[in-house]
Write a protein that binds this ligand. Structure first.
Ligand SMILES: C[S@@+](CC[C@H](N)C(=O)[O-])C[C@H]1O[C@@H](n2cnc3c(N)ncnc32)[C@H](O)[C@@H]1O
Length: 375
């Protein structure tokens, strides 16, 4: 629960705050987070300091094995598409371009020569980025290849709903210091989204993030692909196991913190991945895998090197051991391995469906899940 929501003393029986009306400093979380993250002084727009990587760590920062696995995926897509003369790789929400840089470095020379690489990012192009990478604020259209979005969807600003004392879902309003109060009842398409994807029971204090904008953002990114694959990787949940109090949280200086929309911290929410999948087309084109499954299918395992290597090639053994440790982190239970890979096959590209080694729509073995992407 975020700052201010537990302060029952200032609430009217319906959950609204005593004696105060909304004013210019109180907004829904969507507007507040949009400005705090992407406004002129926003968390992601600042160019000084270590950048977002100083506040949190994604799979991209955890190990170069991740970019190598994405390069392998791009090669499989390339193969399935019949090695087109121009192959697109789009690093969606590219941060400082770390993934696209790693992917280009890992591609075989012949594939790299045909690859047009894009970094799609709201922040400015970092100095020194590989000149082969085109930096832009929107994805290109008519992509033939792979659009890959690592930890983008959790950062799409969303409204938050909370049930009042009568069990009615209301929009949560927030100030720049993070204090909250309940606003008007949620209505229209937002209420319809909640009913379909995240129904809140009648108890007071239940919370949900309304994923409408995120679903649309993902559908729009998928629509930019003409032939190939769109993949979103993120922490998330399915309809049968939504977190009862929502997941909105902050990250600052490497630690989880209260989400305060003043530009000082990241503001993130776990992704209702099944809703995104359905909005972008649903099965059979959409499927869900855990990161553990996806990376194993792409050859990343946490297997330790054989002990015999320690005597025949001590340096190689140490390198292999470090690699095994990084692979273990990327695929860990209770950690990065539990992230969802939402995979959308686009266009007349039969073989693309097989790039993870089997057909879409099979049971993924994901926690309680099928591979269909439907909650
Ligand atoms: C958590 S960071 C992930 C960065 C990188 N993909 C990684 O895995 O390290 C999220 C990034 O998404 C970017 N972002 C958010 N919304 C975006 C949008 N609509 N278009 C482009 N980039 C966006 C932010 O600026 C931020 O750099």
């Amino acid at each position: 629960m975020t700052a201010g929501t537990a302060d029952g003393d200032r609430r009217e029986p319906d959950g609204t705050e005593q004696g105060r009306e909304p004013d210019g400093t109180e907004r829904g979380w969507r507007a507040a987070a949009r400005e705090a993250l992407y406004g002129p002084e926003g968390f992601y727009r600042r160019t000084e300091g270590p950048g977002p990587a100083g506040h949190f760590r994604t799979s991209v920062h955890a190990s170069p094995l991740f970019a190598r696995a994405v390069a392998r995926l791009l090669c499989r897509v390339d193969e399935a598409l019949g090695r087109p003369p121009v192959l697109h790789f789009v690093d969606m929400a590219a941060g400082r371009g770390e993934l696209v840089t790693g992917v280009l470095a890992a591609l075989p020379e012949e594939t790299a020569a045909r690859t047009r690489a894009y970094a799609v990012e709201l922040a400015d192009r970092p100095a020194g980025l590989d000149p082969r990478v085109e930096w832009r604020a929107e994805p290109p259209r008519r992509i033939t290849g792979l659009l890959f979005a690592n930890e983008w969807l959790d950062n799409v600003p969303l409204e938050v709903a909370e049930t009042d004392s009568a069990g009615t879902p209301r929009r949560v309003l927030v100030r720049a210091d993070g204090t909250e109060r309940l606003g008007e009842p949620v209505g229209g398409e937002e209420a319809a989204w909640l009913a379909r994807w995240w129904p809140l029971g009648g108890e007071p204090g239940l919370r949900a993030e309304i994923g409408l904008d995120r679903d649309r953002a993902w559908a729009s990114a998928v629509a930019a692909v003409e032939r190939g694959l769109a993949v979103a990787v993120d922490y998330g949940h399915l309809a049968r196991a939504r977190p009862p109090f929502g997941t909105l949280t902050g990250f600052r200086d490497g630690r989880e913190t209260l989400p305060v929309p003043d530009g000082s911290c990241d503001i993130t929410a776990h992704v209702a991945v099944d809703a995104c999948a359905a909005t972008a087309g649903g099965p059979p084109g959409a499927r869900l895998l855990t990161q553990r499954e996806a990376l194993r299918a792409l050859g990343v395992t946490g297997a330790r090197p054989p002990l015999a290597l320690a005597s025949s090639d001590p340096a190689g053994y140490v390198r292999a051991l470090a690699g095994a440790g990084e692979a273990a982190e990327l695929t860990a239970e209770g950690g990065l391995g539990d992230f969802w890979w939402l995979v959308q096959v686009v266009g007349p590209a039969e073989g693309v469906a097989d790039v993870f080694g089997d057909r879409p729509g099979r049971s993924t073995g994901a926690p309680g899940g099928s591979g269909s992407g439907q909650g």
